[in-house]
Design a protein around this ligand. Structure first.
Ligand code: B12
Ligand code: SF4
Length: 463
């Protein structure tokens, strides 16, 4: 792996300095309640020469102004925000501004993105961003910039000054690693990072923790169980820092008593675990058969015994699922005292193995659902094997609505799992449930993008 060097290149001698507006679109032109600081822009700000002016607009917190006072608009796009992002790009390009897009979606579909923006950055960006700024200032921005996935994270500076004055909540995101040692067929992480798995030096992470504006931390890694030694080194260094934190981590950590204890000792209050399915054949199909080795009930109990709440993520619609899957999974979630759940309809995103399989099997109802005005957030986008697409959409909604009924929320907060009865646990549970319920009410079934601009977005050909 080549060592990472931050090129503080400045801008071209004969070129002028560009003024940059970082823009984080929402799913549509409305505000939401689950916004955390978008770390991508802290990374970009960290490699932006100090005299390049930057501002941030996050549509989850505030309306994006109709006119931006800048030369370059830098959009971060996920698949769910692509449609809205393209609409904004069209609007700003019509005003003569240059637009660059980065993040998961443009990385996977650069040619689609280039129908709406001037340039695309594929992959992580800290190595290529300074050069892009130079090129932009000289009026010769290339169309595609690509950074290798295997760049070291050593010395990465997450410059959070870019978030000053914005109304983000009380949880600070923090990154330790990139990539995941697994490759579940539906997940974008493998498609983005391939086999590369990199960590920041623990000492740099700890120094960043000391500078955070809050003591509540969410480690954004897709799987904090990078490896026993790496994860243990981080956990030991986090002990005694006075933080309360949560993360996403693979289920196999529950079979490692040393790591579980170290998580508890360092202030971990909650973990998000991808259980995905209660069916062993489904797990094998999604390339997650290692989940079968760890009986779910016992694993959850071990987390609870260590004072760690469990947020369970489940996907409905794999090929073994029949219409009774919703009630069975709901019952499991309630009985095993999960404090939050995510019940999602299986949704094939671009560049994943799942997407390729669905396309091969000719099962996609909305092949480009992220651009399709008929698609609503949470809708099934393909034909499941043993139920209709409508049953899948409705079943997910039903299971969510049952889990987040006020009576169930109250029960979870008043009677938490033994081992998770402190005020901190109850606070996290109450806030998490309230936020999830509100976010779901707001998003489910809603078309992506802004309704006022829908007619102007053309569907590109991807060939
Ligand atoms: C934290 C998180 C959330 C948080 C919110 C994050 C926030 N900031 O508010 C919550 C929990 C709310 C959330 C929600 C969802 N999320 Co989310 N989330 C993440 C997670 C785990 C970390 C994001 C992060 O901070 N990364 C760290 C930063 C530094 O990395 P980065 O964003 O990739 O940025 C780098 C590059 O991509 C690039 N880059 C990115 N943007 C730009 C822009 C420019 C101009 C340039 C040059 C470069 C560039 O440079 C950066 C630095 O190198 C990611 C997975 C991941 N590892 O990124 C999933 C992820 C982004 N989420 C995902 C999904 C699917 C969702 C949901 C739709 C889930 C659901 N079913 O409800 C929702 C809704 C999303 C929405 N838009 O509303 C998918 C997106 C897949 C895709 N194809 O787009 C991801 C990749 C997870 C996954 N395993 O598949 N999420
Ligand atoms: S374990 Fe999680 S992050 Fe890793 S590939 Fe599977 S779903 Fe993605």
């Amino acid at each position: 792996m080549k060592p990472r060097t931050i090129r503080r290149s400045g801008l071209g001698a004969e070129g002028r300095r560009v003024k940059v507006s970082f823009v984080r679109p929402n799913l549509g032109d409305w505000r939401s309640h689950d916004a955390m600081e978008p770390l991508a822009f802290a990374v970009l700000k960290g490699v932006t020469p100090p005299d390049v002016q930057c501002e941030l607009w996050d549509e989850r917190l505030e309306a994006i102004p109709a006119q931006l006072d800048c030369d370059l608009v830098a959009l971060t796009l996920e698949t769910y925000t692509a449609r809205r992002g393209y609409q904004l790009a069209q609007q700003f390009r019509a005003q003569g501004l240059k637009v660059v897009a980065g993040g998961y979606h443009p990385t996977f579909l650069p040619q689609e993105a280039l129908q709406y923006v001037d340039a695309v950055v594929c992959g992580d960006a800290e190595e290529v961003w300074p050069q892009l700024l130079v090129d932009a200032s000289q009026g010769r921005m290339q169309t595609i910039y690509r950074q290798s996935a295997a760049v070291s994270m050593q010395g990465l500076h997450y410059d959070r000054t870019v978030f000053s004055g914005k109304g983000y909540g009380h949880v600070s995101p923090l990154q330790f690693s990139r990539g995941c040692r697994f490759a579940c067929d539906f997940c974008s992480i493998h498609a983005f990072y391939g086999r590369s798995l990199t960590c920041r030096p623990v000492v740099e992470v700890v120094a960043e923790v000391a500078r955070l504006r809050t003591r509540w931390v969410f480690v954004v890694d897709d799987n904090l169980f990078v490896g026993p030694a790496e994860t243990l080194a981080l956990l030991e260094a986090l002990r005694g820092r006075g933080i309360r934190w949560g993360c996403q981590i693979s289920l196999d950590v529950a079979s490692n008593p040393t790591l579980l204890q170290a998580m508890a000792d360092s202030g971990c209050v909650a973990v998000l675990i991808g259980f995905e399915s209660l069916d062993a054949t489904n797990l094998t199909q999604m390339r997650k058969k290692w989940n079968n080795k760890h009986p779910y009930g016992e694993a959850i109990q071990r987390f609870h015994d260590h004072g760690i709440l469990v947020y369970g993520s489940f996907i409905f619609g794999y090929d073994q699922d029949t219409p009774d899957v919703f009630a069975r999974t709901l019952e499991f979630a309630l009985e095993s005292q999960l404090f939050l759940v995510n019940f999602s309809a299986l949704t094939p995103t671009p560049a994943t193995e799942l997407y390729a399989r669905m396309e091969r099997e000719n099962r996609l109802i909305y092949p480009r659902w992220w651009l399709d005005p008929a698609y609503g957030y949470g809708d099934a986008v393909y034909r499941p094997r043993h139920m209709t697409a409508q049953q899948l959409t409705d079943g997910c909604r039903w299971a969510r609505s049952q889990f987040y009924r006020y009576s169930n929320i109250l029960r979870r907060v008043i009677v938490p799992p033994l081992g998770c009865t402190s005020l901190s646990h109850r606070f996290v549970s109450l806030l998490g449930n309230y936020t999830s319920r509100r976010a779901l009410d707001q998003k489910l079934g809603r078309p992506l993008g802004a309704s006022s601009l829908l007619p102007t977005l053309v569907q590109p050909s991807l060939t």
